[in-house]
Design a protein. Structure first.
Length: 406
């Protein structure tokens, strides 16, 4: 038992001796080490001033080490930041220069890392943009030359057209005067012959003189219509505001005898607006449409003519329909041309000159409008006339009318 205690105490003393040596290396000196076998205690003595001096020395060393690290780290960090951010700043300046239109700006960064690859890619992009801009400038220059050349050609063509239009108008006026005067003379001579010698002339001669008068009247009317057709676009009349419903009703009133004798009803089924246009030209449009509808009304079935208006965002659509004999699909594309009429037996029996719908189309087009027709033989025809809304005042339109029958 005592041997074990002795060994334990020896080990303890040995460990404390090692600790004392370690402390001595750090500048701490043991004063004394004592042991008591009976009380199992050790006494360790140290020099307090020496310890304080060593601690201060350690503090100063640590502080100086930190300062040294900072002095070295700050310049190194600055150099690294400059190494990284400098090229990026140059790339940003180059991007701004490119955005302002300076396609000749290049970035001079000679590096083999990702930033160097980015700089080379930027320079490649700038070169391509510059080349494309040069190509565009060359194309624009060529286009400008082409446009100038075409403009000069168009000016020449327009000047030639103006001359031709003026010559055509002069020709039509000359034709109107030079043909109307002799035709009127012929008609007058025929009338005098009938008046003076009708009782002494044979019936055949009287019939021929009457036919001469009728044909002269037809030719005079044709000449006047052609002259009026030529003036539609070249001689504009005064624009004025007028109630379109009243105008159409007045036009229809002129056909009241035809409506009554042939059992035809004419109806305006929607309100019509106030219009700002050439009143006589608009009257001519509905005059020709109603006249055609009456002339080509079929003898059997319902006999109706109707007009209604559909408002759209940019235009007013007039829908004029009738239950007439209709128009064949092959003839529809030709009906708006001068002297073109449908080619069927019924139409050929009806007197007409093929000028009315051509006049309607010309008048509609002077207001940037469009006209088309749908038709089915034996059922009827519908005309669609679209005119821009700028020529109408819907707020001043009259109240919604009842169905108007004339």
């Amino acid at each position: 038992m005592w041997r074990l205690v002795s060994l334990h105490m020896k080990a303890t003393v040995f460990l404390m001796s090692l600790l004392a040596c370690a402390v001595s290396l750090c500048g701490l000196v043991f004063i004394s080490i004592t042991k008591s076998i009976f009380h199992n205690t050790l006494a360790l003595g140290l020099s307090e001033p020496r310890i304080a001096a060593q601690i201060n020395y350690l503090h100063a060393s640590i502080l100086l080490s930190c300062l040294g690290v900072l002095l070295v780290a700050v310049p190194v960090a600055a150099l690294m930041a400059r190494h990284l951010t400098g090229p990026i700043q140059r790339l940003a300046r180059a991007t701004q220069a490119l955005a302002t239109g300076d396609l000749g700006y290049r970035v001079t960064i000679e590096r083999s890392d990702e930033i160097g690859e980015l700089a080379r890619a930027f320079n490649t992009m700038a070169e391509r943009l510059q080349a494309q801009q040069q190509d565009i400038r060359q194309i624009n220059a060529g286009l400008e030359e082409t446009v100038q050349a075409r403009t000069a050609e168009l000016e020449k063509v327009n000047a030639r057209l103006e001359v031709e239009i003026a010559e055509k108008e002069d020709f039509l006026r000359a034709v109107s005067h030079d043909l109307n005067a002799p035709l009127r003379n012929i008609s007058g001579m025929a009338a005098i012959l009938l008046l003076k010698y009708q009782g002494r002339l044979e019936q055949d001669a009287v019939t021929r003189l009457e036919r001469i008068q009728k044909n002269v009247e037809v030719e005079c009317n044709l000449i006047n219509e052609l002259l009026e057709l030529s003036r539609i676009k070249s001689h504009r009349e005064k624009l004025e505001h007028f109630d379109l419903h009243t105008l159409v009703a007045d036009v229809a009133e002129g056909f009241s005898n035809d409506f009554e004798t042939r059992g035809i009803t004419f109806a305006i089924t929607t309100p019509l607006p106030v219009m700002y246009a050439e009143k006589s030209r608009v009257r001519q449009v509905f005059q020709n449409l109603i006249d055609n509808a009456v002339k080509y009304m079929r003898p059997d079935g319902p006999r109706q003519i109707a007009l209604r208006l559909v408002e759209e965002d940019n235009a007013a659509i007039f829908i004029f329909s009738d239950t007439g004999i209709g128009i064949a699909a092959d003839d529809l594309p030709q009906i708006f041309h001068v002297f073109r009429r449908a080619k069927n037996a019924v139409v050929m029996k009806v007197p007409g000159k093929g000028v009315g719908l051509a006049s309607v189309k010309s008048i509609v087009e002077t207001y940037n409008g469009r006209i088309r027709a749908d038709s089915e033989p034996g059922v009827g025809t519908t005309f669609y006339i679209a005119i821009p809304r700028q020529y109408f005042n819907f707020s001043d339109s009259p109240r919604v009318p009842e169905e108007v029958a004339v």
